[in-house]
Design a protein around this ligand. Structure first.
Ligand code: NAP
Length: 297
């Protein structure tokens, strides 16, 4: 029996673990993949208060080690089901706690085009820092107009011969600082007002088809396609008991409680305005302290 089971070892979950351990609670963190969540793939974090610059990997590793050193138990198992009585079933075992914090974050959004999934690892990627090195002096495309797409295009421009940056609108959503950097890169070609409609290739990616605002189709031959079109929640596993929004995020009126007593939410998986590292760690701290207060009341 644990005091708190935390589902997800990203910044929100690990911060919750840290706060719960500092309150001397028995804590289990369950993580399906690797610790750190999405931030582990960010090349540089430059907007975390008090830390001018740190790589996502270093940040996530520091946080993971901090939680371990404080005595959090962290198991790499996939959660399959959470019950109202705070039983958590994984692919390996069943665990029970007085409180559960759901902090599984979000996944990379997919274009949902035929061949997209088949060609993952064969030219299609969702992470430039993970796979960029396979494309030395090759031609790649990045799809998206947010900070991730801009950062990935800049990162890849230092590795690949040419980078197409394809965005569906005429302005970028990402910060001016990154847009300015993109504009300075001679090997980044911006293709605006365009949508990818087809991914071609059998054994590996060969080309993509894009359609512009006027409905004109163009085929671009590329070796790599980096899809950076934001995030999508992955809360399906909780929908037996937890109320989700239409978009699939966990409903929470106050940003910490779910519809089930004793089950809390933290981080990108909940409905919220701003999905950032700072708001994720803030959520983790609030979820843990709220859970502790309510189990002791
Ligand atoms: P994002 O800000 O949500 O941007 C997603 C982009 O993909 C948008 O430009 C969007 O177009 C486009 N898009 C969405 N669905 C699409 C579709 N089906 N087809 C084509 N394009 C599509 O996502 P993000 O860039 O991953 O960033 C997520 C959050 O993390 C943001 O808050 C961001 O600021 C933050 N972040 C921060 C840093 C940093 O500070 N260093 C780095 C990375 C991410 P529209 O613009 O037309 O909607």
């Amino acid at each position: 029996m644990y005091d708190i089971i935390i589902v997800g070892a990203g910044p929100a979950g690990l911060t919750a673990a840290l706060y719960a351990r500092r309150a001397n609670k028995k804590v289990l963190v369950l993580e399906a993949k690797t610790y750190g969540g999405q931030i582990i793939n960010t090349p540089e974090i430059e907007n975390y208060p008090g830390i001018p610059k740190i790589s996502g990997y270093d940040y996530a590793t520091n946080l993971y080690n901090q939680a371990l050193e404080l005595g959090a138990e962290i198991k790499f198992e996939t959660v399959i089901r959470v019950e109202k009585d705070k039983t958590v079933e994984t692919n390996k075992d069943h665990y029970k706690a007085k409180a559960v914090i759901l902090a599984i974050g979000a996944d990379k959004r997919k274009l949902n085009l035929p061949k997209e999934v088949d060609l993952i690892g064969k030219g299609v990627s969702y992470c430039a820092t993970c796979d960029g090195n396979f494309f030395k002096n090759k031609i790649v495309a990045v799809n998206g107009g947010g900070n991730t797409a801009l950062e990935e295009a800049i990162y890849l421009s230092n590795i690949a011969k040419k980078v197409y940056l394809i965005h569906r609108r005429d302005t970028f959503r990402g910060e001016k600082k990154y847009v300015d950097e993109v504009l300075k890169k001679e090997n980044i070609e911006r293709i605006m007002n365009s949508t990818i409609t087809k991914i071609n290739g059998e054994k590996h990616l060969e080309s993509i088809e894009i359609v512009n605002q006027e409905g004109k189709t163009n085929t671009i031959e590329i070796n790599g396609l980096f899809i950076a079109i934001g995030q999508a929640p992955k809360n399906e596993i909780f929908k037996n008991i937890i109320e989700l929004t239409q978009d699939g995020y966990i409903k929470s009126e106050d940003g910490v409680h779910t519809n089930i007593k004793g089950i809390y939410v933290a981080g990108d998986s909940r409905e919220k305005e701003l999905r950032q590292l700072t708001t994720a760690v803030s959520d983790g701290a609030i979820a843990a302290t709220t859970a502790i207060k309510e189990m002791e009341d």
